[in-house]
Design a protein around this ligand. Structure first.
Ligand code: XUL
Ligand code: CO
Length: 447
């Protein structure tokens, strides 16, 4: 059966904006790209294929600008219909007009972003089937692709104590049904990955929480998700998105290293990867580059939700990341390992509440896209110069000589190795780590 067509082909939600094209660094048109030249080759790969950028549904099309102190400020045209199915359909039409005008290849959604509000799980399941059918039609007509889908296991009051780690098995079963249905929909739409963000998979107080049990439940249910992925033949990656807190005080998916521990415990290494978000990295006391380097070193790299927090308060403010240096440092860790595979850069970022005009959505994304493109060009210069690589090779050169090989040899025990120091005295000396030289080198290469 052909997928449904759109009834909004003649309606424009962004009439003031023409398709955004590359005009180069000399351009003073704020509705153009100065650095994102998608066909340009960088380190042997097209820019578009390196970055695999995506627009997210939730911040851009669902949020109406409300915060805990006040009502929405945005008055989006697609939020106006009182008929909720009509509103969801208009939102989808607006989203695809935006995707097409922005010119990025991918998008991402939660199940509840693409469906009208669904009073109960049966409604959600039915609405999801209809939404996926409509999305398939839009994808076919626009050529846009799904980077990942995810089930929202944190908004409904039933999930106040978590989804997969809820103390009530009825709630867990409901969460599992939602994950199953959303993974199926993601598969049907050719999604490149499927994301599980912990949401409320954590706790606020140990006084009411059995931590051992909840972690074990999380491991078991993750295994079921992986099993289902193989059963339906989904080829994308299952990704967990680390975040230390917010909404819960403590989360089981605190950071990349913590997730590695979970995967090791439940024998899921190689089956589950991470979706790293800079704002979550800083919330956990790490840098964006640290999280990337950790994921690369543990073979867990999946995808990236690009954004940043506010440097002053550290909250998860989900701002567009314009910090070229910060992104460059992360790319310098990522690219030598081969870069992104099924992953991409998803703009999990929102315009500020006072940026209420629909065109502000374009300014936000264009700034974010160009920052990524500049960082990619900067990382290319840094990597090609080979300075960091040769500095590190030199710094660790002792490990390819006799003593290094001896220390790492499986058969050597502690007594045997300590004897070396007793026999030879301390021959090692301090060498400068040259941090300031290296930092200045990075800055000199920023595009
Ligand atoms: C929350 C967050 C989510 C996930 C998807 O901080 O980043 O938007 O990316 O559920
Ligand atoms: Co995110």
């Amino acid at each position: 059966m052909p997928h449904p067509s759109s009834s909004y082909d003649d309606v424009s939600f962004f009439p003031e904006v023409d398709p955004i094209i590359f005009k180069g660094p000399g351009s003073d048109d704020p509705l153009s790209y100065q650095y994102y030249d998608k066909g340009r080759t960088v380190l042997g790969r097209r820019m578009e294929d390196h970055l695999r950028m995506a627009v997210c549904y939730w911040h851009t099309f669902c949020w109406d600008g409300f915060d805990i102190f006040g009502a929405g400020t945005f008055s989006r045209a697609w939020h106006q219909p009182t008929d909720l199915v009509e509103a969801a359909d208009q939102k989808m039409a607006a989203a695809f007009e935006f995707f097409e005008k922005l010119g990025l290849p991918y998008y991402c959604f939660h199940d509840v972003d693409i469906t009208p509000p669904s009073p109960n799980p049966d409604d959600l399941a039915r609405n999801l089937v209809r939404a996926a059918d409509h999305l398939a039609g839009y994808q076919e007509r626009s050529g846009k692709k799904l980077l990942w889908g995810t089930a929202n296991l944190f908004s409904h009051p039933r999930y106040a104590a978590g989804g997969l780690t809820n103390p009530d098995p009825e709630v867990v079963a409901c969460a599992l049904r939602q994950v199953r249905d959303c993974l199926n929909a993601t598969h049907q739409l050719g999604g490149a990955n499927y994301v599980l963000w912990g949401g409320r998979e954590g706790y606020d107080t140990l006084l009411n929480t059995d931590l051992r049990r909840e972690r074990e439940h999380l491991g078991r249910f993750l295994s079921l998700v992986v099993e289902h992925k193989h059963k339906i033949g989904f080829k994308g990656k299952i990704l967990i998105e680390p975040k230390p807190h917010e909404p819960m005080y403590h989360q089981y998916d605190f950071d990349t290293a913590t997730i590695y521990g979970l995967l090791k415990q439940f024998d899921l290494c190689g089956e589950v990867h991470v979706n790293i978000e800079p704002n979550h990295a800083t919330l956990s006391g790490h840098s964006f580059a640290h999280e990337i380097a950790t994921a690369v070193s543990l073979d867990m790299m999946g995808s990236i939700d690009i954004n940043c927090g506010n440097a002053q308060n550290g909250w998860d403010t989900d701002q567009f990341n314009l910090d070229v240096r910060d992104i460059t440092l992360a790319l310098v860790e990522l690219l030598p390992s081969g870069g992104l595979d099924t992953g991409g850069f998803n703009f999990d970022a929102k315009v500020r509440r006072q940026s209420s005009h629909p065109t502000d959505l374009f300014y936000g994304h264009i700034g974010g896209v160009d920052a990524l493109a500049r960082a990619l060009l900067s990382a290319e210069k840094i990597i090609e110069a080979g300075v960091l690589e040769s500095f590190k090779a030199d710094r660790y050169s002792g490990w390819s000589q006799d003593l290094g090989a001896k220390l790492l040899h499986e058969a050597a025990d502690l007594d045997h190795l300590a004897d070396h120091a007793s026999a030879n005295g301390v021959n090692g000396s301090h060498h400068s780590g040259r941090q300031e030289y290296l930092e200045a080198f990075v800055n000199r290469n920023l595009v």
